[in-house]
Design a protein around this ligand. Structure first.
Ligand code: NAD
Length: 345
């Protein structure tokens, strides 16, 4: 197969930090033919910075080009469904950023169109490709932990509301706050590790107090600060808690972009009948067991890896071989169902 021709739609944070460098790292496998952004200077800057491709402002132009095989959708959540469905209908394979969509209904429609077209639709559930996550999945599947009956997720930060007042804190753009933005990665990687069980029920509560008065929200640093808008909207959750029952383990979680506890606690505990694991988010893990009459704690080293490169390579592989990768929409819709259930609850 000749080089796969791709286009990156949305030249903001994740386009530039994740997708574009990974396509470039893939070398001869692919070629970036277009950079697209509704802010033309952002697409033009990519052409200048990466020395390839053509800048366009309207993604329809890309979809009309028969030479383009695939697109990366790196735009705010509310546009995921529209662009993904348009691209699949135009015969392009799609890698769409997480969350699959701003709501479950949209994610289901994306899945339906994927099934109808038979093209690849992968979701940017990039932590499925993290070496720590892969290692813990192996410990679960080879029986080291015994039966995993409970998983506890903590994703709590002190003051980490991104771009307050902008797209991240405007429900119409994002679909929600910390639960959908950070929760999606955590729930998704747990689902992957424990074998993508069926969701059965969700009971949750979400809170949005600390960022409500945008002008008086105090912080030390802010991710996506360029989208901060003092006069913008804040109608999302900045903290949440949930109990999720599945056909596998029960998952409980506590998450916060912001809370009045000045600690950063980002880990997932897998409780098994034989052993337990604490997995640090995008980091290493500790394995707790009892061997030869002693309590043992092991911290195995992780192999080198780049999850964005692995995510893009998996996407290119799906396109070439039709193989169903771990980031396929069929897996991502389950997480979407859980998050929708949490918000509805
Ligand atoms: N996988 C991860 O770890 C990760 C990390 C950050 C963000 N994300 C996801 O990536 C997506 C984008 O987030 P971001 O932080 O890059 O946001 P961003 O605001 O930095 O970038 C989004 C870009 O999309 C452009 N855009 C908006 N509508 C468009 C349209 N119709 N056509 C073309 N361009 C359009 C915007 O002008 C902007 O440049 C979100 O869905 C977010 O959840 C994923």
């Amino acid at each position: 197969m000749s080089k796969i021709k791709v286009a990156v739609i949305g030249c903001g944070n994740i386009g530039r930090s994740g997708h574009i460098p990974a396509y470039i790292s893939a070398g001869d496998e692919c070629e970036i033919k277009y950079f697209c952004d509704i802010i033309p200077e952002k697409a033009e800057k990519c052409v200048a910075d990466y020395g390839c491709g053509t800048a366009v402002a309207d993604y329809h132009e890309i979809l009309r080009d028969p030479e383009v095989d695939a697109v990366s959708v790196c735009v705010p959540n509310y546009m995921h469904k529209t662009i993904t469905v348009d691209a699949l209908r135009a015969g392009k394979h799609v890698l769409c950023e997480k969350p699959a969509a701003a709501c479950y209904e949209d994610a289901l429609e994306m899945q339906k169109v994927q099934h109808e077209t038979g093209l690849t639709l992968n979701i940017g559930v990039v932590t499925r490709f993290h070496k720590g996550v892969e290692a813990v999945k192996k410990l679960v599947s080879d029986g080291t932990l015994g039966d995993v009956y409970h998983v506890f997720i903590s994703f709590r930060s002190f003051r980490d509301i991104p771009g307050i007042g902008g797209a991240f804190t405007t429900k119409a753009c994002s679909g929600g706050g910390v639960l959908i933005d950070w929760g999606v990665h955590r729930v998704d990687q747990v689902m992957y590790v424990v074998g993508d069980p069926e969701p059965l029920s969700v009971s949750a509560a979400t809170f949005g107090y600390l960022g409500k008065d945008i002008k008086n929200y105090h912080y030390r640093s802010m991710w996506s600060e360029d989208t901060r808008d003092e006069n913008g909207t804040y109608d999302v959750d900045e903290s949440c808690t949930a109990v999720i029952r599945t056909s596998g383990p029960v998952i409980t979680m506590v998450g916060a972009w912001a809370q009045n506890i000045d600690e950063n606690e980002q880990y997932i505990d897998f409780m098994g009948t034989k052993a337990g694991v604490r997995l640090n988010y995008c980091g290493g893990f500790k394995l707790y067991s009892y061997k030869d009459g002693e309590f043992v704690t092991e911290e195995p080293p992780l192999p080198e890896g780049n999850m964005f490169n692995d995510e893009i390579n998996a996407f290119l592989n799906s396109i070439k071989t039709g193989e169903k990768e771990r980031s396929h929409i069929d897996y991502a819709v389950k997480t979407s169902m859980i998050l929708q259930g949490a918000y509805d609850s």
